[in-house]
Write a protein that binds this ligand. Structure first.
Ligand code: 7GP
Length: 791
């Protein structure tokens, strides 16, 4: 289509969608209505290709990515750039009297995920489509995504995320493809809503299929006519509870049941959908594994395994054959070695909610035990590794047994899975565990969030090929010695810092100096990630500046963004502690012209898009061995920030790319931690590291107030009281001295702008391997065995 035709198409399509939706002329429409109409126009624009893509994929071997989370964020800008129709849409809107940039601001984030694992799934969707790979995502269309965080007197308060109250225009329902889901509490329908996933400069349009639950009957007419309105709606409410909220609080029995219900609901609906398509396209169920593979994104969808076997048995296939098909179909990704994240379900909950599925799990368990007995495995080992023991169903073990592939998400993480978390599986099934180091999509995280840096890169490389072939970024390396280019990079960085500064000033009323070093830590709040270590550093720095105000301190702004799980009290205490430190520092005129602390409220994908490009220093400071990979580390690197980090997760691989001289490494290594912890006494660094006692004691000496709730005392105790496996189990005090040395050094080095820019430039040049395109190619070749299927 010519540019003129495209623009006319958008004008016409947007106008008629608005008319159809509101009965009004486009000139009367609100910006939110225009955004919705634009979303529909995009769907209209891709509809034919979308249908054709589905057809093409149905003829070939396909991958199905099952995930309880897809943290997609906004879609519209991404679609416009991918489809190469940004300018036409912009011009069309201009003619209609609207400004595209402000229309795009109307889009709410689809926050259908918590953090790393969910955002990774979204990046994988983008890369799969871009590479023309037959991959379909399956998840849940949560009515309320991850909670909205507000701060009240520095405390995190959770409020509902009302992102789709006015409907969600970018998805289309397929009611004819609904599935009936069998639950002991009453069957429900699963209705699919499809989000088109465009790829960068390709005609293929992939699908993210998100399920909503509906009651079998809309309401009970007899109850209603009898005046029992509540009762009449009970079935409807029960069904809607299933998709009401991402991760209901599962500390109660009811919460646990609901969560298992969600998992089974979307796993069953997806498996049924995949079986339906297979039968329609290939007829014979026995060829299922030849044409389909299902990737389990952590343990949440693992219940799909017994469900698939159960459905095959319903079709007359014997258990043994059905389970062999399952073994050739499923692959499992592990995203964390934290013990509490390896999901287990009480037998009774599973039995009561999905009795027919439970009996299949029993069969799998028996088969597994028999197979292990045959190879003379130790009975104790068999018991430990079995799916059902200690009154619980062990989802990670179920996945590990049945899946033909188990993968970790960075080399170090995979090594730890092999030698530790899953070492029994590695013994018995050597080769099953493999590594797929994470990646991030350079479309969203560089091209679209940092158009200024992208333009510079494109100018230097002569074209935009790097957006699809991120390895080409390496050709930027020679410019590391080009002073003019480094100056241009610094100019871009300043623009991005100004944009963040503006956001912070508007939303929080805090003014920051864009010439200061922007030191940013954004990720979920967890003790192992050690936001507390950063907080202690900042507080220590505050005291040092107070003592020596005339020293030549580098101006710095410390940014945080983090949500804590609503039931995770200690994480919420850390948020309060940081907010207290921010209050103290930002209001102290002795220091607030040198340092400031900004805790960005309600950190989400859209805020991340402003934060990553503005960073000078990227905080990746987890205790070594705990962060499976990290993906924020990669987004910072691509945008030219230097990493301060431990040798953990993918930091190890970043270090492999840029070398020690282009990042700030500190802290105990994973193999050292293993040696140190058994005899570690946090009181030793507490007493011996100058300045450390002073900051730790602020938790109990009245410097800060938690309104007498004992929260800070508990945080203090977590560091200082108990044996090695209780006190400071994330080695915050142990690593403090080394962290302070590294961060002080990073502050001094920042003053040499050109050297800093050179190092940042090397980081950008070396970031290509962290494109999720590379990751997806590895999944495709080693696990999925699917082929590029271009329409
Ligand atoms: C995260 C890991 O913590 C992070 O290191 C990794 O980069 C990311 O997955 C993607 O692989 N894990 C989770 O989000 C997670 O385990 C628990 O969620 C349900």
């Amino acid at each position: 289509m010519s540019k003129k035709k495209l623009k006319d198409f958008f004008k016409q399509s947007i106008s008629s969608h608005i008319k159809a939706n509101s009965g009004q002329d486009v000139s009367q429409a609100t910006e939110a209505e225009v955004w919705a109409a634009l979303s529909r126009a995009i769907i209209e624009h891709v509809a034919d290709n979308w249908a054709e893509t589905k057809k093409a994929y149905d003829k070939t071997r396909q991958e199905h990515y099952l995930s309880a989370e897809f943290l997609v964020g906004r879609s519209t800008l991404n679609n416009l750039v991918n489809l190469d129709i940004y300018d036409e849409a912009k011009d069309a809107l201009k003619d209609l009297g609207f400004d595209l940039t402000s229309i795009l601001e109307e889009e709410n984030d689809a926050a259908l995920g918590n953090g790393g694992l969910g955002r990774l799934a979204a990046c994988f969707m983008d890369s799969s489509a871009t590479l023309d790979m037959p991959v379909t995502g399956y998840g849940i269309l949560y009515r309320h995504g991850l909670f909205k965080q507000v701060f009240d007197n520095g405390y995190q308060v959770e409020t509902p995320d009302v992102w789709m109250e006015d409907d969600f225009a970018p998805v289309v329902p397929h009611r004819d493809e609904k599935q009936r889901i069998e639950l002991a509490t009453g069957d429900v329908y699963a209705v699919p809503y499809d989000l088109p996933i465009t790829g960068y400069h390709t005609d293929n349009v992939n699908t993210l299929r998100l399920w909503k639950a509906e009651p079998l009957t809309p309401f009970d007419i007899h109850d209603f006519n009898a005046g029992n309105f509540q009762e009449a709606l009970e079935e409807k409410n029960q069904a809607e509870d299933i998709w009401r909220v991402l991760y209901p609080n599962d500390t109660t029995h009811e919460g646990k049941v609901l969560r298992l219900k969600q998992q089974y609901f979307f796993a069953s609906a997806s498996v049924k959908d995949i079986i339906r398509r297979h039968k329609e396209n290939h007829g014979d169920l026995r060829t299922f594994a030849e044409f389909n593979s299902l990737q389990l994104n952590d343990t949440h969808p693992v219940i799909a395994i017994p469900e698939l076997i159960r459905l095959f048995m319903e079709e007359g296939i014997e258990f043994d054959e059905a389970s062999e098909i399952a073994k050739a179909t499923f692959a499992y990704t592990n995203h964390t070695v934290l013990a509490e994240a390896l999901e287990k379900w009480d037998i009774n909950i599973v039995k009561e909610l999905i009795p027919n599925v439970y009996s299949v799990i029993e069969k799998i368990d028996a088969k597994f035990r028999a197979e292990l007995a045959e190879i003379d495995a130790h009975p104790g080992k068999i018991e430990y590794m079995s799916m059902i023991h200690d009154g619980q169903v062990h989802m990670a073990w179920l996945a590990s047994y049945v899946s033909y592939s188990i993968n970790g998400v960075a080399q170090l993480h995979t090594d730890i899975l092999r030698k530790d978390t899953l070492h029994d599986w590695e013994d018995i099934y050597p080769g099953k565990i493999n590594n797929k180091t994470n990646g991030v999509t350079p479309r969203r995280w560089l091209r679209n969030t940092n158009p200024e840096l992208s333009a510079l890169i494109t100018k230097l490389l002569g074209n935009e090929d790097w957006v699809k072939h991120a390895d080409k970024l390496e050709e930027l390396l020679p410019f590391a010695d080009d002073k003019k280019v480094l100056k241009q990079f610094l100019d871009v960085k300043k623009i991005k810092k100004q944009q963040l500064a503006d956001m912070v000033e508007t939303s929080l009323g805090i003014k920051v100096d864009v010439d200061a070093q922007f030191d940013i830590m954004i990720k979920r709040l967890h003790e192992y990630k050690r936001q507390l270590l950063d907080a202690f550093y900042i507080l220590d720095l505050y005291y040092r500046i107070k003592e020596n105000p005339q020293e030549d301190w580098t101006p710095r702004v410390f940014f945080f963004g983090a949500k804590a799980a609503s039931g995770y009290v200690r994480a919420k205490t850390i948020i309060k502690f940081i907010n207290e430190i921010a209050e103290l520092i930002n209001n102290d005129s002795d220091v607030n012209n040198i340092i400031k602390v900004v805790f960005v409220e309600n950190y989400n994908v859209s805020k991340a898009e402003v934060l990553f490009p503005a960073a000078d220093l990227s905080e990746q400071i987890s205790m070594a061995g705990k962060e499976a990979s990290g993906t924020g580390n990669m987004k910072f690197m691509m945008n030219g920030a230097l990493t301060i980090g431990t040798l953990d997760g993918a930091n190890v691989e970043i270090n492999g790319q840029v070398g020690d001289e282009n990042m700030f490494l500190f802290g105990a290594k994973e193999e050292e931690i293993v040696e140190i912890l058994p005899s570690y006494d946090p009181k030793v660094p507490y007493e011996k590291t100058p300045g450390l006692k002073r900051v730790v004691d602020t938790l109990i000496d009245g410097t800060f107030s938690d309104d007498n709730q004992g929260l800070f005392q508990d945080l203090y105790n977590s560091l200082m009281v108990g044996d090695w496996d209780q006190a400071d189990q994330y080695y915050v005090l142990g690593d403090f001295a080394s962290y302070r040395e590294a961060k002080d050094r990073a502050a001094v080095e920042f003053n040499d702008k050109e050297t800093w820019a050179r190092k940042a430039w090397i980081n950008i040049s070396k970031s290509g391997v962290f494109s999720s395109d590379r990751t997806i190619r590895e999944y495709v070749e080693d696990i999925w065995k699917i082929e590029e299927t271009k329409i």
